[in-house]
Design a binder for this molecule. Structure first.
Ligand code: MG
Length: 250
């Protein structure tokens, strides 16, 4: 079932095989069901500041830095970028609304999957655009003992952010990995673009409000409708990774 997708990836990158050593997890919309809160917080803050915005756009722009998202909307509505002061005010409004929501819960199957990844001998890592200060605590509380701080890329590490490959390239560097030694798990189109641009096999989980097509078009190599579905397929997927070698015709 997965072999075709894997071969297609190998051929497009001229790799002979994929030998995964690590799984790079995005966080919002992958490990935690936090996107509905982010989408509502963006809407509320932008509307309060006189800007037009729909929740679905939060899913389309997920992964961008806050400033870059705000400037896309400023350009659309006023034809200019906002000042640092304006951006700071809107972003603070967004964070204030977000902080009124309860803590987002992990997706069903998330803990089970990360355990399976580790038991398979692969290293679970985090590559997120999030800069929440409580990040480590939240991970430790919900995914205890599974992630190491030195193997995390967060908003504090990156300058450009997704969809640029920078965050995932940094993840590869931190894990001392080649692109074909990693697997990325993403939910957002810009995150998928970032991972694909870094040359990494990209698994999309459609946990949000977008059509599957948007995630395929971003370059996803495989798509699952939920974390649970991915978790239930992990063993089969890993077996297929290990058995699929692209025979390059000389
Ligand atoms: Mg995400």
């Amino acid at each position: 079932m997965f072999e075709t997708h894997i071969k297609k990836y190998l051929t497009s990158h001229s790799y002979s095989n994929l030998s995964p050593k690590a799984v790079l997890f995005d966080m919002d919309g992958v490990l935690f069901n936090s996107m509905p809160y982010h989408a509502k917080a963006w809407c509320s803050a932008l509307h309060k500041n006189g800007l037009q915005f729909e929740e679905k756009e939060a899913y389309l722009n997920e992964g961008r830095t806050g400033a870059s998202t705000i400037n896309i909307i400023a350009q659309r509505q006023y034809g200019r970028d906002f000042s640092d002061k304006e951006i700071k005010k809107i972003y603070q409004d967004k964070c204030d609304v977000f902080n009124t929501f309860p803590l987002a819960k992990p997706f069903d199957g998330g803990l089970d999957l990360v355990h399976q990844v580790k038991q398979s001998g692969l290293t679970p890592m985090i590559v997120t655009g999030s800069g929440q200060k409580s990040l480590l605590g939240r991970l430790e509380e919900n995914y205890p003992g599974l992630f190491k701080q030195e193997l995390m890329v967060t908003a504090f590490d990156v300058k450009i952010g997704k969809p640029h490959p920078e965050p995932y390239l940094m993840g590869l560097r931190k894990g001392d990995l080649k692109p074909e030694e990693a697997i990325v798990v993403e939910n957002a189109p810009l995150g998928i673009q970032s991972s694909v641009a870094a040359g990494i096999f990209t698994i999309a989980l459609n946990t949000g409000e977008l059509e599957d097509n948007v995630l395929w078009e971003a370059g996803a190599n495989i798509l699952f409708p939920s974390m649970r579905a991915f978790c239930d397929s992990w063993e089969e997927l890993l077996t297929t990774f290990l058995s699929t070698t692209n025979r390059v015709v000389e």
